[in-house]
Ligand binder design. Structure first.
Ligand SMILES: C[S@@+](CC[C@H](N)C(=O)[O-])C[C@H]1O[C@@H](n2cnc3c(N)ncnc32)[C@H](O)[C@@H]1O
Length: 145
């Protein structure tokens, strides 16, 4: 059997990443093997928030890196590809063309054939928001490859 690959997760915008600390707690209880495979990248346009995010997550066991970047600028994304990309709390501030640009950028940063499930622990704050993981292969069915 091959070695389990590291799963690279990107959150845009990460803000103060309460969902990361929550994810670590849930996986520690429910799926430690998956927890051990995760690598988290958080991107946000606000440098002060990124510094706070670093402090906020200092006890989190998931390896993590915070990146300064603009969701609307593909060149400011961290190097990919990523197996999953999650976004909460940004779309509602974007107009339609910005949302299209953001989703194009997400699509290009995703690893081909990545996971496609919606990822939000039931009953969590994330489950009640627009948290979702966008997969590259479902988008390819809409005409993009
Ligand atoms: C409502 S907060 C959501 C943060 C977090 N995802 C959450 O659910 O708690 C919105 C965040 O979007 C960030 N933001 C706004 N425009 C952005 C952009 N173009 N690219 C990256 N981050 C952006 C802000 O700095 C802020 O941290």
């Amino acid at each position: 059997m091959g070695e389990a690959i590291t799963l690279r997760l990107l959150a845009i915008p990460c803000g103060l990443p309460r969902d990361l600390t929550e994810l670590a707690e849930i996986l520690a209880r429910e799926n430690p093997a998956l927890l051990a495979r995760l690598e988290y990248h958080g991107m946000d346009i606000d440098p002060e928030l990124l510094a706070k995010a670093q402090d906020f997550t200092h006890n989190c066991v998931i390896p993590r890196t915070f990146h300064l970047g603009n969701a609307l600028l593909r060149e400011s994304f961290p190097s990919g590809p990523f197996h999953a990309i999650v976004s909460t709390g940004l779309n509602e501030f974007l107009d339609d063309s910005q949302i299209a640009e953001f989703f194009r950028n997400i699509y290009e940063a995703l690893a081909p054939g990545g996971p496609s499930s919606r990822v939000a622990p039931s009953g969590s704050r994330a489950a009640n928001s627009d948290a979702s993981v966008r997969a590259r292969h479902p988008l390819s069915r809409t005409g993009r490859t």
